[in-house]
Each structure stands twice: as structure tokens, then as C-alpha cells.
Design a binder for this molecule. Structure first.
Ligand code: 5GP
Ligand code: MG
Length: 173
């Protein structure tokens, strides 16, 4: 596999994002919400660099993409979330691809009564977005390739890699 983003580059960028968040969230108690499972490692690294008090919550979003002609259906499991009503939310995801997941999760959090929702993605794929949506914080913009590592999986494997790689075509399941 070709290393797209090495471990030290991720570490440095996570540190920079945390610096931005520490400035932007000054004086505000907030809740970091990670979308399972892909955001798990990003969340664990990022929150340890946040200086202000915050809670951590998790939700699961699974998209069943259907065929090329049918839009994917997003299934949310919000049973693990703490109280969202009246809270300022920092929503984390591993990657912004079409934008469908984040836009729907943001709408859902507003529906639960969140006071505000900011979004942060580690990766953003260029040229793939079909749903208009602007994340507030982006780690890296990457070309349109299927990537794994640092939480991102292929068939639930490769999440443990400390770097981000492009999965080669024809990789055995
Ligand atoms: P979206 O709803 O923006 O199209 O997709 C977001 C979700 O699709 C991400 O949370 C992630 O689970 C998955 N995804 C999109 N692109 C990739 C990729 O290149 N690699 C992996 N492992 N997952 C991806
Ligand atoms: Mg995901």
C-alpha cells in the first residue's frame, strides 16, 4: 500500500486543529460527538489536546448505499448519546465523501435540540460531494480514492493502521 498521510503528519495536523478549537471554544462547555466507528481514533487523539471542559458522546451512522441508482439510506443509532438539548456540539467524522452522512446527522442533532453544531472531519475527498455541506474544520483534503487506516476501514479491517493509506484495487477481502 502507498502511504498517503504518514503518522507524524496526522499527529501534527491533529495538534493544529486542537489549537484552533481551543481558541474557538473558549469559555464554552461543549460535547464532542463522534460518529462510530470511523472517528474513534481521531476523537481519542483530538480530545486529549483540547483544553476546555467537554463531554464525549457517540452515535452510530450506517449507510446502506443500495444500487448506483438508489440513494443510500442512513440508519442512526443514537442510544449512546448523552443529553443533546441545549448543548453546543462538536461533531467529528473520519471523512466527508458525498456529504450525506454529516448533513443528516447535523439535522438530527438540531432536531434533538442542540444549541449549536460545529463539524470537524479528518479527511475531505475532493470532487465527490453531492450534498451541499461545509464542514467547519478539515484535517486534510485528499484525492478521490478509497482510503483506510487511522480508524477508516475496509470490511472492518485496517482501522488500526497508525497512518492513512490508499487501498489498492483488487485487494482481497
Ligand atoms: P458520505 O455520507 O459523506 O458519503 O460518507 C461518509 C462515510 O462514508 C464516512 O463516514 C465513511 O464511513 C465512509 N467513507 C467514505 N469514503 C471512504 C473511504 O475512502 N474509506 C473508508 N474507509 N470509508 C469511507
Ligand atoms: Mg463513517
Amino acid at each position: 500500500m502507498t502511504v498517503l498521510i504518514p503518522e507524524d503528519a496526522i499527529r501534527e495536523r491533529v495538534r493544529e486543529i486542537a489549537t484552533e478549537l481551543n481558541a474557538d471554544f473558549t469559555g464554552r462547555i461543549f460535547t464532542v460527538v463522534g460518529i462510530l466507528t470511523g472517528s474513534l481514533i481521531f476523537l481519542a487523539d483530538l480530545v486529549r489536546r483540547l483544553e476546555h471542559r467537554h463531554q464525549i458522546g457517540l452515535l452510530q451512522a450506517s449507510s446502506y448505499r443500495g444500487t448506483a441508482t438508489t440513494p443510500g439510506i442512513l440508519v442512526l443509532n443514537t442510544g449512546l448519546l448523552p443529553e443533546i438539548r441545549g448543548r453546543h456540539i462538536l461533531l467529528l467524522d473520519d471523512i466527508l465523501d458525498t456529504g450525506a452522512t454529516l448533513s443528516q446527522v447535523v439535522a438530527h442533532l438540531h432536531g434533538l435540540g442542540a444549541a449549536s453544531v460545529k463539524t470537524c472531519v479528518l479527511l475531505r475527498k475532493i470532487g465527490r460531494q453531492t450534498v451541499p455541506f461545509e464542514p467547519d474544520y478539515v484535517g486534510f483534503s485528499i484525492p478521490d480514492a478509497f482510503v483506510v487506516g487511522y480508524g477508516l476501514d475496509f470490511n472492518d479491517d485496517y482501522r488500526h493502521l497508525p497512518y492513512i493509506d490508499v487501498l489498492p484495487e483488487g485487494t482481497a477481502v
